[in-house]
Design a protein around this ligand. Sequence first.
Ligand SMILES: Cc1cc2nc3c(=O)[nH]c(=O)nc-3n(C[C@H](O)[C@H](O)[C@H](O)COP(=O)(O)O)c2cc1C
Length: 158
Amino acid sequence: MNILIAFYSRTGNTKKISKLISNSLNCEYEEIIDLKKRTGFIIGFLKSGYDATRNKSTSINEIKKDPMIFDLIILGTPIWNKSMTPAMRTYIANNKSKFKKIAFFCTEGGKGGIKTFESMANLCDIEPISTLEITKKEIQKGYHLEKINTFIQELKSK
Ligand SMILES: Cc1cc2nc3c(=O)[nH]c(=O)nc-3n(C[C@H](O)[C@H](O)[C@H](O)COP(=O)(O)O)c2cc1C
């Protein structure tokens, strides 16, 4: 199966998980870059959270890998205000017509993953074959590795 991981990460947690999944599956990845400034407390946190809550799109980098040629797209996003990030929303809106199968993962403080996966599935117009929610605490304690393994086994079985 030809697999692509498409992820957005502001502070590195989602990127770290993306790389671990990509190494395990030996698959390609596309890093989605938000071209809006997202650093600092006011813009990075408050404005970004507001943008996510209001279902805002944003400007993203030019995509290098055509989702059309992949059998499965794994979409990874941090949770912002119990929502997907504007960068992930924009990527999905621009590319969903090319998705065949999808799976989701997120990193989060601890709240909003399930609700976010529901809105991502609605936006994609198809259901994910598997999902994975990882908290910052789980990453710190090293529990993420086992969860990633389970996720990968699920993907391989479908
Ligand atoms: C603007 C903003 C809003 C956030 N809102 C939530 C939230 O609603 N629920 C939650 O569990 N974590 C929330 N977080 C925490 C992030 O989801 C978490 O730190 C994530 O791992 C960051 O991923 P990254 O390092 O890939 O950017 C928020 C973080 C930011 C910056």
